[in-house]
Design a protein around this ligand. Structure first.
Ligand SMILES: [Zn+2]
Length: 221
């Protein structure tokens, strides 16, 4: 398990700086907040299989995640699918990530597949060693890798995955947004807020009134 994570990490680091890497960083004392009952809107979506702008994004979940961590990852995936209401859909399967196989392919086909892997350890970033919760690395041919650090508390994993899937959808960091803040804040990142959903709708030309967002008074904007 560790070896596979190491191989994957080496693979990811060997990609160099050709594509932008993302880190979600936590305070070392941050143990997350257990998932609360985020209240989401339940708007009607008129999307059909023939609608334009519909996209399926494949997620490959490494089977090395223990069941409690996998549950938190799938919770975040499920929330995004509810928010996106059929216009974009994440499809998660549990599969081993074959880093070496991908490397030996001279011209891998363009694919929108994201592998979610466990990783371990602190990293030197920007001249100091920090403790990332998650790192996202896009691949040149589409898709990429999301690494969830094993030091991340189980209670914070859903939050980390919500944030990283925001990047997978194309969102950048936004200091005004709650979910897409680059520093983990367990108090306000418990769900997918309206400002974040509005940004996805603008970017992908989707009807905001057919999407969903959390109505929690603490996180809704
Ligand atoms: Zn980020």
């Amino acid at each position: 398990m560790l070896l596979r994570a190491l191989v994957a990490a080496t693979f990811v680091l060997s990609l160099g700086a050709c594509v932008q890497r993302d880190y979600l960083v936590a305070d070392p004392a941050d143990n997350g907040v257990p998932a609360g009952e985020a209240r989401y809107t339940d708007n009607l979506s008129y999307v059909t299989r023939y609608s334009p702008n519909v996209e399926v994004i494949a997620l490959r979940l490494d089977p090395a995640f223990p069941v409690d961590e996998r549950r938190e990852i799938l919770r975040a995936v499920g929330e995004w699918n509810h928010v996106l209401n059929g216009y974009v859909r994440f499809e998660a399967t549990i599969r081993v990530f074959h880093a070496e196989g991908q490397r030996s392919d001279p011209a891998p086909p363009r694919a929108n597949v994201w592998s979610i892997l466990p990783a371990r350890g602190a990293m030197p970033i920007g001249g100091r060693v920090i403790r990332p919760m998650a790192v996202l690395q896009p691949l040149p041919n589409g898709g990429g890798v999301v690494m969830i650090y094993r030091e991340t508390a189980v209670a914070a994993i859903a939050t980390a995955v919500r944030h990283e899937l925001g990047h997978v959808l194309g969102l950048a960091h936004d200091p005004a947004s709650r979910l897409m803040s680059p520093i983990h804040d367990p108090q306000v990142q418990q769900c997918i807020d309206k400002a974040t959903v509005a940004a996805v709708a603008r970017m992908r030309d989707l009807p905001l009134d057919q999407l969903n967002w959390c109505e929690d008074s603490q996180t809704a904007r």
